[in-house]
Design a protein around this ligand. Structure first.
Ligand SMILES: CCCCC/C=C\C/C=C\C/C=C\C/C=C\CCCC(=O)SCCNC(=O)CCNC(=O)[C@H](O)C(C)(C)COP(=O)(O)OP(=O)(O)OC[C@H]1O[C@@H](n2cnc3c(N)ncnc32)[C@H](O)[C@@H]1OP(=O)(O)O
Length: 164
């Protein structure tokens, strides 16, 4: 686990505008390429924020043809987690709100954008939205993240040992 934490700390570096940001780790439910249940989110730096183009598939269906609201929240939460790479250090979600303005459809591509709204001590107030290609917002979100030390993550076991 310590090696994993050290590797993760290296990901908090400077990324040029437009650069693809790293994944949190290989098995991350949001962005990990080796999680068969995951969303495989890829986020790019966009100005001071992050953006991604994302298409949900039938693994994440709720009502027929419509993405499960929890799956949408997972992706938004993970996008905020990618924003942390621009903040220079780890933080964790303390509060997450999602406004589901219109159904998010399986197989349709959405543009996601997340930005820091303000910083206050250890707290990071962030906001995000997902829009259709024509520009209509289907969800908006806000969240509060609290900065933590890398050691915060030593509370869990590394992927594959022994919890799964
Ligand atoms: C490959 C490397 C391997 C290692 C790492 C691997 C992976 C890393 C994974 C995650 C890394 C993070 C992000 C990237 C990943 C994925 C993205 C998704 C993010 C997540 O999936 S992350 C998981 C879900 N998340 C949690 O698992 C958090 C559980 N929780 C806690 O661990 C504690 O709760 C903690 C530490 C957050 C705080 O605890 P605490 O005791 O330190 O602090 P406290 O309670 O005092 O709150 C502090 C200040 O926030 C204010 N405050 C509280 N609530 C507020 C609200 N609603 N609105 C406005 N302000 C609020 C207070 O008023 C106070 O403010 P003030 O400082 O001004 O007094």
């Amino acid at each position: 686990m310590q090696a994993l934490l050290a590797m993760w700390a290296e990901k908090f570096t400077v990324y040029p505008d437009g650069a693809e940001l790293p994944t949190h780790h290989d098995h991350c439910l949001g962005c990990g390429p080796n999680n068969p249940h995951g969303h495989h989110l890829r986020a790019l730096r966009h100005g001071d924020g992050v953006q991604a183009w994302h298409t949900f598939d039938n693994r994440h269906v709720g009502a027929p043809g419509i993405v499960h609201g929890g799956a949408v929240a997972t992706v938004v939460d993970d996008l905020y987690g990618c924003l942390l790479f621009l903040e220079g250090g780890p933080a964790v979600t303390r509060q997450l709100t999602i406004e589901y303005l219109a159904p998010v459809l399986i197989g349709a591509e959405y543009r996601l954008q997340a930005d820091v709204v303000r910083r206050e001590g250890r707290k990071l107030f962030v906001a995000a939205r997902a829009t259709e290609p024509a520009g209509r917002a289907v969800i908006t979100s806000t969240a509060v993240f609290v900065k933590v030390s890398v050691e915060h993550f030593a509370q869990g076991s590394p992927p594959g040992v022994p919890a799964d």
